[in-house]
Design a protein around this ligand. Structure first.
Ligand code: PBG
Length: 329
């Protein structure tokens, strides 16, 4: 009781504060999303994601070497698919010599120990910008899940360590797990986007991959029939528990900051690693405010990353990974 207890004693100076600090950020916390494009010598800045780039394979190789030298040991690959290769079923995704398959090999050649996770979803390959096959205006669930299983096998064949289905179809974790087992990929892991919300924070990512749902007749304008309603919490737990039962090794909550209540709830309930995706819109907001001089970029970045870890994230997928690691090293 006061004055015997004075909480400010533990805040007197940085030495005591660092001694009692509960949440410490390190390079081990991060999964680095990377955008890959066709071409040679390409490093294109994404307009709505300042200081974030799409790389062609030669420069991807250089980038992952730099990440490794900074202590960043895991990447999450996304590809920007040329328009002429897009269709409704995403067939290009199964091309053994497709951009994703070559990107996996490029990373593994550049840095063999780098952990490679791959995005498994149709949207970058879909003419309609959706994560599922469309039939008469409906996103078809089971055919899409079967297709995602084939895509996962193709990524495993190319050398991916983990596949990361980001689509939110029902039952896709079981479908993918069984297919991987059948094909002998027993050591390929699954990081499931288990509680992925139909969020407006994905805008800059869709610019990066040119993957926004198209505005056309009989095509759903948003992803609300498969991604979750931001209003729901119990449903996030149900989705996550089902994915674990179906064989997910790692579960994920996405986006990050607006959903930290969900992160803590899930962390308290499950016993597998929990990943959080701090998404493109979160990145863009801070970059924009900092450019205007309205926020202190580095301080706010560290506060946000710390909050995500404090909420319960074991793994943070973040476009700030490199900035953070450079700052704390
Ligand atoms: C699509 C996918 C999205 C993101 C990752 N995978 C966008 C979407 O669901 O429309 C968003 C990531 C980000 O915004 O940083 N399968």
């Amino acid at each position: 009781m006061y004055p015997l207890n004075r909480n400010r004693r533990l805040r007197t100076n940085e030495s005591i504060r660092s001694l009692v600090r509960e949440t410490i950020i390190s390079p081990n916390d991060f999964l680095v999303p990377l955008f890959v494009v066709e071409g040679k010598g390409v490093k294109e800045e994404i307009a709505s994601m300042p200081n974030y780039y799409r790389y062609s394979l030669d420069l991807l190789s250089k980038e992952v070497k730099e990440l490794w030298s900074l202590g960043l040991k895991s990447v999450l690959l996304f590809v920007k698919v040329p328009d002429n290769l897009k269709d409704n079923e995403g067939k290009e995704a199964l091309n053994p010599d497709g951009l994703m398959q070559r990107a996996i090999k490029t990373v593994k050649t550049a840095v063999p120990e780098m952990l490679v996770m791959t995005d498994v979803a149709l949207d970058p390959y879909s003419v309609y910008g959706h994560d599922g096959i469309i039939d008469d205006g409906i996103i078809v669930n089971d055919d899409t899940a079967d297709f995602l299983a084939e895509m996962s096998i193709s990524h495993a064949e190319a050398g991916a360590d983990f596949v990361a289905p980001s689509d939110m179809m029902d039952g896709r974790i079981l479908t993918i797990r069984e297919a991987l087992e059948d094909e002998g990929y027993t050591n390929t892991g699954i990081m499931s986007y288990s509680a992925k919300y139909a969020s407006a924070f994905y805008g800059p990512f869709r610019d990066a991959l040119d993957s926004a749902p198209v505005d056309a007749q009989n095509i759903p304008k948003d992803k609300k029939t498969y991604q979750m309603d931001p209003a729901n919490r119990d449903e996030a737990l149900r989705e996550t528990e089902m994915d674990i039962d179906e064989g997910a090794d790692i579960v994920m909550v996405k986006p990050g900051l607006c959903y930290l209540d969900i992160v803590r709830e899930i962390r308290n309930h499950v016993e597998v690693p929990v990943a959080v995706y701090q998404v493109s819109g979160e990145y863009a907001m801070l970059k924009a405010a900092a450019e205007k001089g309205w926020l202190d970029h580095d301080a706010v970045m560290m506060e946000q990353i710390t909050a995500i870890k404090r909420a319960g994230a074991h793994i943070i997928a973040s476009y700030f990974a490199k900035d953070v690691v450079k700052l704390i090293s």
